[in-house]
Design a protein around this ligand. Structure first.
Ligand SMILES: Cc1cc2nc3c(=O)[nH]c(=O)nc-3n(C[C@H](O)[C@H](O)[C@H](O)COP(=O)(O)OP(=O)(O)OC[C@H]3O[C@@H](n4cnc5c(N)ncnc54)[C@H](O)[C@@H]3O)c2cc1C
Length: 478
C-alpha cells in the first residue's frame, strides 16, 4: 500500500497527499470525523487533486489497488456521515478543496461554470459581484462546497422559489469509475438526447463518481427584499399565512421558515446576543418569511402591509413585524440559522429531516408529538425548517440533565421508527434534504419500495461495478 501513496504523490504532488506519518493523527482526524461527530473513521491517506485530470488519474490508480475504495469529501458539513471514511483504513479520502475556481460566467446565458470544491458562499459572492444571483442558501454556506451541494441535492432556504440544487444545475463534469472525464458543461436548457445522466449524479452522495465541476443557473438580483417575522398560535395558522402571502406575491415569496418555541429557547441559551423579534408575544410557533422582488421596495412593502393586516384580521398570526433595515433582516435570519448550531452546542441529538405534503404537515406534527410523548417523555422537540417546502427538521434533544449518549443508546432506534412510521402514514419521506449517508441506510432498506431499490442497485452496478466509490453509503447491503 505504501506504493499506492507514492504513486498518488506522483500524481498530485507530495504536499497534497496527507498521511498519519507525514501530518500526524490530529490533522487527519479533522477530515475523518463528520460535522455531527457521530462517525470517526480512519483513511489510508488523504489526497487533494488540483484538476479533473488529476482526479481521473487518482481514480485509475485506486482502481488497480485491490480492496481500496474512494470517499469524496467537500466541506464536510454533511449531516448523515456520507463524506468520511470507515474504520478499515483502506479508503482513500479525496478532498475537492483545491478544485475551487470559478471557470466561466456567461451573462447572456445566465450561467456560471464552477469547480466542485468552490465554497458556496464564495460562489454567491463572485456571482453577486457580477450583478447576478446564485440562490442556493443554507446555514453551512461558509464551508459547504458546490460538489457537496450537488452530491446531496441540497435544499436550503430558497427552495420555495428556486428549487433544490438539482433544479439549479444545468450540467456536470464527472470523473467516472473508469477514470474517464465526462463533461457536459454547455449550459443548455434543453437537451433531449436520452437518459439524463446529470440527474443520476445529483443526489448520488459520492457513490457513482466524483463531481469536479458544474454549470449552474443564475438569476437577476432582486431590486427589493422585504423580510418579516410572525408569531403564530399553531402550524395550521402558519400554513394559512403562507397561503395568503403566496396569493399576494406568487414566486416573489422566496422563503418561509417555521420554528417552534423550544428551538428559539435553545438559541437564546447559546446565542444570548441574538434578540428575537416580537419578544413580548408568547407564541408556540414563529415564522420568518422573505419576499424578493424585481419591483421598487415601497410598492412591495405596501402590498406586504396590506396582506399582513388581512392575515391578522383572520387570526393567521398573533403579531407580525417587518424588518426595518438590513441589520434587523440579518438578525431574523441569524436566529433561524443558529438553531442547528445551538443544537450542536447543546449536545448529541436525534435529527429527522422529513417532508410531507404541506397540507398534511400540521397534523403530522400533532401525531408525531403525541406518539413520542408516550415513548420518551421529557425529550425536547426542536422542530423547525422550511415550512414552505413541507420540509421540517423534526429533531429531539435529550431531556434536560440526562446523559445524552446513554439516552441515544437506549432510545434512538425506537424514536426513529416511531417518527418514520408517522411520516410514511402521512405520505412523506424520511429524507428531504440531508440524504441517506451512513446514518439512514437501514431505514432506506426498510422503507423504499423494493422495485426502486432494485433499480438503484442496478444503476450502481452499471456505473461503478467494482464498488470503488463510497461503499457503505446510501445503498443498503443486498
Ligand atoms: C449548520 C448546517 C446547516 C445545514 N443546512 C442545510 C440545509 O438547509 N439544507 C440542506 O440541504 N443541507 C443542509 N446542511 C447539510 C450540508 O451542509 C449539505 O448537505 C451540503 O450540501 C454538504 O456539502 P459539503 O461540501 O459539506 O459536502 P460533504 O459533507 O463533504 O459531503 C456530503 C456528501 O457528498 C459527497 N460529495 C462531496 N463532494 C463531492 C463531489 N465533488 N463529488 C461527489 N460526491 C461528493 C460526499 O461523499 C458525501 O456523501 C446543513 C449542514 C450544517 C452543518
Amino acid at each position: 500500500m505504501s506504493v499506492l501513496i507514492d504513486d498518488l504523490r506522483a500524481i498530485v504532488g507530495a504536499p497534497h497527499v496527507l498521511t498519519e506519518a507525514t501530518h500526524g493523527r490530529q490533522a487527519l482526524s479533522a477530515v475523518e470525523r463528520d460535522w455531527r461527530k457521530r462517525y470517526h473513521g480512519r483513511s489510508h491517506c488523504v489526497v487533494l487533486p488540483g484538476t479533473a485530470e488529476e482526479v481521473a488519474a487518482v481514480v485509475r490508480r485506486c482502481t488497480s489497488e485491490p480492496g481500496v475504495s474512494l470517499v469524496p469529501q467537500g466541506g464536510n458539513t454533511g449531516l448523515v456521515g456520507g463524506g468520511v471514511p470507515d474504520e478499515t483504513g483502506r479508503q482513500v479520502l479525496l478532498l475537492t478543496r483545491r478544485l475551487n475556481r470559478v471557470r466561466h460566467l456567461d451573462r447572456d446565458n445566465q450561467t456560471v461554470t464552477v469547480e466542485a470544491g468552490c465554497v458556496l458562499q464564495a460562489l454567491q459572492e463572485a456571482v453577486a459581484a457580477a450583478g447576478l444571483l446564485f440562490p442556493l442558501s443554507l446555514a453551512a454556506e461558509g464551508s459547504c462546497t458546490i460538489g457537496g451541494n450537488l452530491a446531496t441535492n441540497a435544499g436550503g432556504t430558497q427552495v420555495l422559489r428556486f428549487g433544490n440544487a438539482r433544479e439549479l444545475c444545468l450540467g456536470l463534469e464527472v470523473v467516472t469509475a473508469r477514470g474517464e472525464i465526462w463533461r457536459q458543461l454547455d449550459g443548455l436548457r434543453k437537451d433531449n438526447t436520452g437518459y439524463d445522466l446529470r440527474d443520476l449524479f445529483v443526489g448520488s452522495e459520492g457513490t457513482l463518481g466524483v463531481i469536479t465541476a458544474a454549470t449552474l443557473r443564475l438569476f437577476p438580483q432582486p431590486r427589493s427584499r422585504v423580510i418579516g417575522w410572525a408569531a403564530c398560535a399553531d402550524l395550521a395558522t402558519a400554513v394559512a399565512l403562507m397561503r395568503r402571502l403566496r396569493d399576494s406575491f406568487d414566486a416573489e415569496l422566496v422563503g418561509f421558515e417555521a420554528m417552534n418555541a423550544t428551538s428559539l429557547a435553545l438559541v437564546a441559551r447559546h446565542y444570548p446576543d441574538l434578540r428575537r423579534p416580537l419578544e413580548g408575544t408568547h407564541s408556540p410557533w414563529s415564522v420568518l418569511f422573505e419576499i424578493a422582488s424585481p419591483h421598487d421596495e415601497a410598492g412591495v412593502r405596501a402590498l406586504a402591509e396590506r396582506t399582513l393586516e388581512a392575515a391578522l384580521e383572520h387570526e393567521e398570526a398573533l403579531d407580525i413585524a417587518l424588518a426595518e433595515n438590513d441589520t434587523q433582516s440579518r438578525t431574523m435570519w441569524a436566529l433561524r440559522e443558529a438553531i442547528p448550531l445551538a443544537q450542536s452546542a447543546e449536545g448529541l441529538n436525534v435529527k429527522h429531516d422529513i417532508a410531507v405534503p404541506l397540507s398534511a404537515l400540521p397534523d403530522f406534527v400533532t401525531a408525531a408529538d403525541a406518539a413520542l410523548a408516550s415513548l420518551v417523555p421529557g425529550a425536547r422537540h426542536i422542530t423547525f425548517g422550511h415550512l414552505g417546502d413541507g420540509n421540517l427538521h423534526y429533531n429531539l434533544q435529550v431531556p434536560e440533565g440526562e446523559d445524552a449518549a446513554a439516552f441515544l443508546d437506549r432510545h434512538e432506534a425506537a424514536i426513529n421508527a416511531c417518527v418514520y412510521d408517522v411520516v410514511i402514514r402521512f405520505g412523506g419521506t424520511i429524507s428531504a434534504e440531508h440524504g441517506i449517508g451512513r446514518l439512514k441506510r437501514a431505514e432506506l432498506a426498510a422503507r423504499k419500495p423494493a422495485a426502486a431499490l432494485a433499480m438503484m442497485r442496478a444503476i450502481k452496478q452499471a456505473i461503478d461495478p467494482a464498488g470503488l466509490f463510497n461503499p457503505g453509503v446510501l445503498l443498503p447491503d443486498p
